[in-house]
Unconditional design. Structure first.
Ligand code: ADP
Ligand code: MG
Length: 323
């Protein structure tokens, strides 16, 4: 397929006709750059994230999952900042224009773009090893964004959903075992917590999305906020697919596994009654799993009160998982 045919197809398939911010994209695909209207009283929240084959996803990942996930990880970053998704850009590096693969890829990306109302405003195409880079732009009311740096001693630590299933799927695939359907769905089609993120400004004191693993990402909140934390493993909600595992193995997956794309946030203890209302509005399970402390450092408490040391740490590029 020729380059411009492919661009036209991407435009036809992925640009959501009813995206709320479509008309604010005054110039989109087809010119040298996009022109976006800046809405009065709002600020832009901008992020970018790449998916590189064999680094971020196994070589045999279905094309629809690659399309979904490349957009989902960016939507998750917007959610963590409390932003409403508006526009995105897609830079696609392909070894060859494989029409079957592209069909799946576009279907996966288009379905999520539609669901989240985000509009494709431009991008780039080149040939080379498979690499999907998305940049996304969201909007917040001026000043109403979340950061990692506002957590204070005494704040509660909450998490959405049930972390661990994606890491379990990845372990199974790496070891040549078959992952369960639920775990595979968590790994390949993560759900960015967009509605939840937009409920949190004004309530949460700090927020992050879980991409590198709960401990590593909570560690980023601790560092940015200059605080410590205590996590209670008895409170950590367990995905059904992990329930049969020995506790130590399950906790390690849940704490250090990564790829969850859940939100972890802190909130003042006096706001805990707001959690029910946020649960209702966002439709997402929320669980208090610990508390922020003055003492620096993180302690993870097992149900018997002892300290738990996970067998592996979170994912870091240039070091590898579990190092
Ligand atoms: P230039 O050479 O000036 O950078 P391109 O030929 O790369 O322009 O792109 C032409 C138009 O097509 C631009 O508006 C660009 O945003 C759009 N475009 C290119 N690749 C993609 C893509 N993968 N997804 C969406 N739009 C794209
Ligand atoms: Mg140009």
């Amino acid at each position: 397929m020729a380059e411009f045919d492919l661009i036209r197809q991407l435009q036809q398939r992925i640009c959501a006709a009813d995206a709320p911010w479509r008309s604010s994209c005054r110039v989109g695909i087809g010119d040298d750059a996009a022109v976006l209207e800046s809405p009065a009283g709002r600020q832009f929240v901008v992020c970018t994230d790449s998916l590189v084959q064999a680094v971020h996803f196994p070589v045999d990942t279905p094309a629809a999952a690659v399309g979904h996930k490349a957009l989902a990880v960016n939507l998750s970053d917007l959610a963590a900042m409390g932003a409403e998704p508006a526009w995105f850009f897609l830079s696609l590096t392909l070894p060859e224009p494989d029409t079957v693969w592209l069909e799946g890829f576009m279907q996966g990306m288009a379905a999520l773009a539609r669901e989240c109302g985000i509009y494709l405003a431009g991008g780039d195409l080149s040939s080379g090893p498979l690499n999907v880079c998305v940049a996304a732009i969201g909007l917040v009311d001026t000043g109403c964004y979340l950061t990692r740096s506002g957590a204070a001693a005494g704040d509660l630590i909450a998490v959405s959903g049930r972390p661990g299933a994606a890491a379990h799927a990845l372990d199974c695939l790496k070891e040549g075992r078959k992952a369960s359907a639920a775990d595979r769905l968590a790994l390949e089609f993560p759900t960015p917590r967009i509605a939840l993120g937009q409920c949190l400004p004004g309530v949460a004191s700090a927020c992050i999305d879980l991409s590198d693993g709960l401990l590593a990402d909570l560690g980023h909140i601790m560092e940015a906020s200059a605080v410590g934390a205590v996590l209670e493993l008895s409170s950590l909600p367990c995905p059904a697919s992990l329930a049969p595992l020995p506790e130590c193995e399950r906790w390690s997956l849940q704490l250090s596994g990564g790829d969850d794309y859940e939100l972890c946030f802190t909130l003042p203890p006096g706001s805990s009654d707001r959690l029910d209302e946020i649960r209702r509005r966002s439709g997402v399970e929320l669980t208090v799993i610990g508390q922020i402390t003055d003492d620096p450092g993180l302690s993870v408490r097992a149900p018997d009160g002892s300290d738990f040391e996970p067998a592996r740490s979170g994912y870091e590029h240039f070091r590898g998982a579990g190092g």
